[in-house]
Design a binder for this molecule. Structure first.
Ligand code: SIN
Length: 274
C-alpha cells in the first residue's frame, strides 16, 4: 500500500491520504484505498475538486452504489444523498453514534462523504473503530450472540426525526429490520468487528430485555473510549470513505446558524456472518 499511496494513520481511527487527486487514481491506488478502508475503517482525502459525476465515478470504483431510502437526493443525481443543515435548522442528520444501513439484511459496505459547504467552525464527524472496540473480557460472553437492528424508531412514523426540523426523514413506510451477529467477520479483512450500534440496535436475541440492554450499554461505553475515536474536520473538498462494518460515526451538531452541506454516496454491501 505504502508504495502506491502516501497514507498516514490517524490516532484512534482511520487514515489520511495525502497528495492524491482521486479522479486520477490508478487501479492500484483504488485497490489500496479499498484495502485501507477495510483495515483502517476510514480513509480521508483533502482538496478534492469533484463534480457529482466525479464523486459517483470514484465511488463506483470502490464498490457498487446503493441508494439510501430516506435522505433527500441531489436534484439530478439520485445516487447522491444530501446531508444538509441550513442556517435556520436546529437538528442535524446523523447526530448520534450509528453505522449506516445496519437495519438492512445486507448492510451497506460503506459511504463516501464529500464536504460541499462547511461552517466556519464545528461540524466535525467522529469515527470509532469497531475492531479495537472488541473487549477481551467480554469476547467469550458475546461470541455467538445475535441482535436485531431496526429502522422504524428512527425513520418511521413518529421516529426520532419527527417533530424536529429534519422531519422529512421520518414517516417512511419502508422500515426494514434485520438480525446480525453481535460480532461479525469483516468480509474484506477477515478480522472480527463489533456490529451493534446505539442508533439501530436495542436488544440482543435470547436475552431478557433488561439484560440485553445492559450488555449493549456496556459494549457501547467500551466502544467510544477516546482511544478508539478520531475526530475528522471538514473543509470544502474534504472527502472520507468509511467502512460501515467496522466503524461507527457521529456528526457533531455544534454550528447552529451556519450552513453545512455534504454529499453522501452509500456503497453496497452483503450479508454478514459471525
Ligand atoms: C452521516 O451520518 O452519514 C453523516 C455524517 C456527517 O454529516 O458528518
Amino acid at each position: 500500500m505504502a508504495d502506491v499511496l502516501d497514507i498516514d494513520q490517524v490516532e484512534g481511527c482511520g487514515a489520511r491520504v495525502r497528495g492524491l487527486d482521486v479522479r486520477k487514481a490508478s487501479d492500484a491506488q483504488i485497490d489500496a484505498i479499498r484495502e485501507a478502508v477495510f483495515h483502517r475503517g476510514v480513509v480521508a482525502f483533502d482538496d478534492q475538486v469533484l463534480t457529482p459525476d466525479d464523486q459517483i465515478a470514484f465511488a463506483r470504483r470502490i464498490a457498487p452504489i446503493v441508494v439510501n431510502r430516506y435522505f433527500p437526493k441531489t436534484e439530478r443525481w439520485p445516487e447522491i444523498a444530501k446531508v444538509e443543515k441550513t442556517e435556520d435548522q436546529k437538528a442535524n442528520i446523523g447526530g448520534g453514534w450509528h453505522t449506516d444501513h445496519s437495519y438492512d439484511a445486507a448492510p451497506a459496505m460503506g459511504s463516501v462523504l464529500l464536504a460541499i459547504h462547511t461552517p466556519p467552525t464545528g461540524g466535525d464527524t467522529l469515527f470509532a473503530d469497531m475492531y479495537e472496540a472488541l473487549p477481551d473480557a467480554t469476547k467469550a460472553r458475546i461470541a455467538g450472540l445475535e441482535a436485531p437492528h431496526a429502522s422504524a424508531h428512527v425513520f418511521g412514523e413518529g421516529g426520532a426525526y419527527a417533530g424536529t426540523d429534519q422531519a422529512n426523514l421520518s414517516g417512511h413506510p419502508d422500515t426494514p429490520e434485520a438480525v446480525h451477529p453481535v460480532v461479525v467477520t469483516h468480509p474484506g479483512s477477515g478480522r472480527k468487528a463489533l456490529f451493534v450500534n446505539p442508533a439501530f440496535t436495542r436488544e440482543v436475541v435470547g436475552l431478557p430485555a433488561e439484560e440485553g440492554a445492559a450488555l449493549l450499554t456496556e459494549l457501547y461505553a467500551h466502544a467510544i473510549q477516546p482511544r478508539f475515536v478520531a475526530r475528522y474536520a471538514w473543509r470544502p473538498g474534504t472527502m472520507a470513505v468509511w467502512d460501515n462494518r467496522c466503524t461507527w460515526h457521529f456528526a457533531m451538531n455544534d454550528y447552529h446558524g451556519h450552513y453545512r452541506l455534504m454529499h453522501r454516496i452509500t456503497l453496497d454491501g452483503g450479508p454478514l456472518d459471525a
